[in-house]
Design a protein around this ligand. Structure first.
Ligand SMILES: C[S@@+](CC[C@H](N)C(=O)[O-])C[C@H]1O[C@@H](n2cnc3c(N)ncnc32)[C@H](O)[C@@H]1O
Length: 293
């Protein structure tokens, strides 16, 4: 990761989240002390700096905004445009390896992580170091452990688990974007087979991909569905039809908030098999034909 650099007038080309949080919290005069205490750690502990609780809170808010894609250039400015693919593959590989879920809460040293993953120590250390630079792991003595950010979003079973979306983007779109130029030149999609139909009909040929796609949309929809349910008043309506409703996440969130609303998810048969497992029949029903439910 590039070091944050200074411009002649004292402003910098970019700020680490902690540096931005220090300014946001009005603690600039303590910056040197705070950074020296933290070292490479991206986030203060909950008990650290008890005089300045806003420091940890504001740093968490910045990480949260990054994770929600609300800061498109992220913490590294334009570097992300040229090297973002490396960071994405590091993240996707760590999710595939289930590293964040496997690491014990107290952390683990390189030899233990290496034997956990079945790797040699050198590549294990490289992977762990890359994840530290991304704020997804932290190192205490010889032990590597998850950060608040990775614990919240990348440990399986957590309510905000985001790994399914990471895996979906990786398997479905990472290679496809290699051929973006072809798609632009030919005005044709690269993820659909025209002999079969659009990309969803094409994907329907591969049930494992349909499952991955739908779980990925579900993982990312968790955030937006809740926001939608809170921001629009559905009480004036009796029936909600979600066309292309996927896993049912939007219908579920809205129907949960408005129990008198009858919500119907309309989608392709393979997707509805997944939706059926998610919905509670008293709130939401699923259909591939309008008169099914
Ligand atoms: C981008 S996904 C969005 C899913 C969901 N609305 C969400 O945001 O999580 C588009 C959805 O449209 C569905 N879809 C595409 N073509 C369809 C069709 N002809 N009939 C019904 N559903 C279709 C897909 O199966 C997929 O679930």
């Amino acid at each position: 990761m590039p070091k944050s650099s200074s411009l002649a007038d004292g402003a910098k080309t970019y700020y680490r989240p902690i540096e931005a949080a220090i300014r946001w919290s009005g603690l600039l005069r303590f910056e040197r002390r705070i950074l020296a205490t933290l070292g490479q750690r991206p986030l203060p502990e909950a008990t650290e700096f008890p005089r300045w609780p806003m420091l940890r809170l504001n740093t968490e808010r910045i990480f949260d905004a990054l994770a929600h894609g609300e800061m498109p250039y992220g913490k590294e400015g334009l570097v992300r445009d040229t090297q973002g693919f490396q960071q994405f593959r590091v993240l996707a590989t760590a999710v595939d390896l289930r590293l964040f879920s496997l690491l014990p809460a107290r952390g683990a040293a390189v030899p233990d992580v290496a034997s956990m993953l079945g790797f040699e120590e050198r590549p294990t250390r490289i992977l762990l170091t890359a994840l530290i630079s991304m704020g997804l792991l932290e190192k205490r003595g010889p032990r590597y452990r998850t950060t608040p950010l990775s614990r919240m979003y990348l440990v399986e079973g957590r309510p905000a688990y985001y790994g399914d979306f990471v895996q979906m983007m990786d398997r479905r779109l990472y290679d496809a974007y290699r051929h973006l130029d072809r798609s632009l030149r030919t005005n044709r999609p690269v993820t659909a087979d025209p002999a079969i139909g659009d990309l969803f009909r094409t994907m329907a040929q591969d049930p494992a991909m349909v499952r991955l796609f739908t779980s990925g949309m579900h993982a990312t929809g968790t955030y937006w569905a809740d926001a939608l349910a809170k921001s629009y008043d559905f009480s004036r309506h009796r029936v909600l039809l979600d066309v292309g409703g996927g896993s049912g996440i939007y219908a579920i969130s809205i129907a949960r908030r408005y129990p008198r609303l009858r919500a119907v998810v309309f989608d392709l048969p393979g997707v509805l098999e997944i939706a059926r497992r998610n919905v509670n029949a008293t709130w939401v029903c699923v259909t591939s034909l309008f008169n099914d439910c």
